[in-house]
Design a protein around this ligand. Structure first.
Ligand SMILES: Cc1cc2nc3c(=O)[nH]c(=O)nc-3n(C[C@H](O)[C@H](O)[C@H](O)COP(=O)(O)OP(=O)(O)OC[C@H]3O[C@@H](n4cnc5c(N)ncnc54)[C@H](O)[C@@H]3O)c2cc1C
Length: 525
């Protein structure tokens, strides 16, 4: 076994397979942590990511509103590496799966700082095993004007930009020559998306501005009635992925807290200063000073290229060992991947026959519900159809098949959450630690290797005023009744203890306490 050290390959050992990890998010860090004790003995490990830190995403809304400091929820990636493991701050631009070569590009600040004209700002790396943990990107669903007119809530930079914007709006509204009309516009905040991110952001903003009056205390010329927070969603309640009773509780809590909910409507466009929504046949314009787009995710462009030829729309399809379908050496996890599930379309005919109890060639809502009850365990996709199809709709066989086809291509088998990415990373790290995963060997993943199994541990969402709700999932349904302040305490404790280092645990708990005693930090720095 020979070691040599060069700038490209520190402590590189020729006899070991080289693992390259793309990303420093939830999936990547969990993989690395599970692999850590032994990785230097079995593999050469290289990491490529444009972000040289891990970001604790669940507290981004709290960071955007000054409840916690952004530095409290990030941890440098290098503090998780040992000397034999190298990190490159760069972005992977292309994966040549045949030659096993990555083309990586400098990040923007590096391009600006390096010797322009001398280099093309790219470099290549060889890998034996590739771990794709690049996450996903914000989905604008092709709605025109989103990119130009909205803020996002996906990165530390997004949170910082929003925080500065909120401050700027209040400072501008406070200037002596600002008219009442302009003040009202500046202080209109619109959040598009009623999922956990949009809901937690609306809750934090409402705490900051209205409930806890952190802002109003500092801006005595601004009154409560001049500030509005609106949340738009296509469902008739927020948190639609949660159990219905919990979602209704959260919706009611928002209404009582003064958040203006614009529900059951679709955003058609975002114009400068107004969101255009359609409700039934009516179109309405909702004016805003600041609009934040939080409606979900779509496949990362790099994953999209890798998925070329696969049928899924949203993620790279992987097998039960998280290996990308059709590849022997690429594994994918987190938001970038979905485990292949049984295609329900193959069984469409027999399902339709089974559901059509009165043999009239159509599926009524009642028949669909019955079919769902009988088959939801085997085909969870059916639950999605039941949720999508409005009540009292009758489905023809063609319409039923069309729904199934769309679902086969778009539904994820494991949710796009930090919890799932963490479990997948942990599983894969342990797999690599236990078995020497080497594409040079005949059987890359041994047959007796355990398969990944997702264990849903429930989802908590902060709904403001120190309250939270929990959807415990099917394992402990009785826990859903614990909500409000008690769950708010549970949420805060979870956010502290789920930090990936003791340093961050200390910083986040300190920030929570500081915000409680002294109010939120509204400075621009
Ligand atoms: C505001 C917000 C709140 C959330 N709250 C929760 C919550 O409460 N609970 C929960 O379970 N989930 C939550 N999520 C979802 C959770 O953050 C994601 O599911 C999780 O981050 C997915 O992990 P990942 O490793 O797949 O991707 P990420 O954590 O997004 O990491 C992707 C990594 O890939 C890197 N990367 C990107 N492009 C490239 C490239 N070309 N080359 C190399 N590296 C690249 C990025 O820099 C990053 O380091 C939240 C998400 C957001 C945005």
């Amino acid at each position: 076994m020979s070691f040599f050290r060069s700038p490209e390959k520190p402590f590189h050992c020729k006899d070991k397979p080289t693992i390259v990890i793309l990303g420093t998010g939830w999936g990547a860090i969990s993989f690395l942590r599970a692999l850590k004790p032994l990785h230097s003995n079995q593999y050469n490990v290289q990491i490529v990511s444009p972000r040289n830190y891990f970001l604790y995403t669940p507290l981004l809304p709290a960071s955007a509103t000054g409840t916690v400091d952004t530095h409290s929820i990030v941890d440098p990636i290098r503090s998780h590496l040992d000397a034999r493991c190298n990190y490159y701050e760069a972005e992977c631009l292309n994966i040549d799966a045949k030659e096993k070569i990555l083309t990586c590009g400098y990040t923007k600040p590096f391009r600006e700082a390096s010797d322009a004209g001398q280099k093309d700002h790219t470099f290549q790396m060889k890998y034996d095993v590739l771990i794709v943990a690049i996450g996903a990107v914000t989905n604008t669903f092709g709605v025109p004007g989103v990119d130009e007119n909205c803020f996002y809530m996906k990165s530390a930079e997004d949170a910082k930009a929003l925080r500065e914007r909120i401050n700027a709006c209040f400072e501008l509204a406070n200037l002596p020559d600002t008219t009442d009309e302009e003040r009202k516009r500046l202080l209109s905040f619109v959040i598009v998306g009623g999922g956990p991110t949009g809901t937690e952001l609306a809750a934090e903003m409402n705490d900051l501005v209205i409930i806890l009056e952190d802002m109003l205390r500092y801006f005595p010329r601004i009154t409560r009635s001049q500030v509005t927070i609106k949340q738009i969603d296509s469902h008739d309640h927020i948190l639609s992925a949660f159990d219905r009773t919990i979602a209704e509780y959260a919706t009611e809590h928002f209404r009582r807290s003064g958040i203006d909910l614009v529900l059951a409507c679709r955003v058609k466009a975002v114009e400068p200063g107004a969101v255009v929504v359609q409700k039934g046949k009516e179109t309405d314009r909702i004016p805003f000073g600041t609009c934040i787009w939080t409606t979900g995710i779509r496949m990362h462009p790099l994953a999209e290229r890798l998925a070329d030829g696969q049928e899924h729309w949203r993620s790279l399809m992987v097998d039960n060992n998280l290996r990308v379908k059709g590849s022997d050496s690429i594994f994918a996890l987190g938001d970038a991947a979905t485990i292949e599930q049984e295609r329900v379309l193959r069984h469409a005919e027999e399902l339709f026959e089974q559901g059509d109890a009165n043999h009239d060639g159509m599926l009524s809502s009642d028949e669909l519900q019955q079919l769902l009850l009988l088959n939801v365990k085997k085909y969870p996709q059916l639950a999605e159809i039941a949720a999508r199809v409005p009540k009292n709709t009758v489905l023809s066989k063609e319409a039923f098949l069309k729904h199934l086809e769309e679902l086969d291509k778009s539904l994820r088998s494991v949710p796009a959450t930090a919890q799932a990415a963490h479990q997948e990373g942990h599983y894969l790290g342990k797999l690599f630690r236990k078995y020497k995963i080497d594409p040079a060997t005949k059987e890359v993943v041994p047959e007796d290797a355990p398969e990944f199994e997702y264990k849903p541990l429930g989802t908590i969402a902060y709904i403001g005023h120190d309250k939270a709700v929990l959807d415990p999932g099917p394992s402990a349904p009785f826990l859903r009744y614990i909500r409000g302040w008690l769950m708010g305490l549970g949420w805060k404790s979870a956010e502290v203890f789920m930090q990936i280092s003791y340093k961050n645990m200390w910083l986040v708990s300190r920030d929570f306490l500081k915000a409680k005693i002294f109010g939120r930090d509204i400075s621009d720095v």
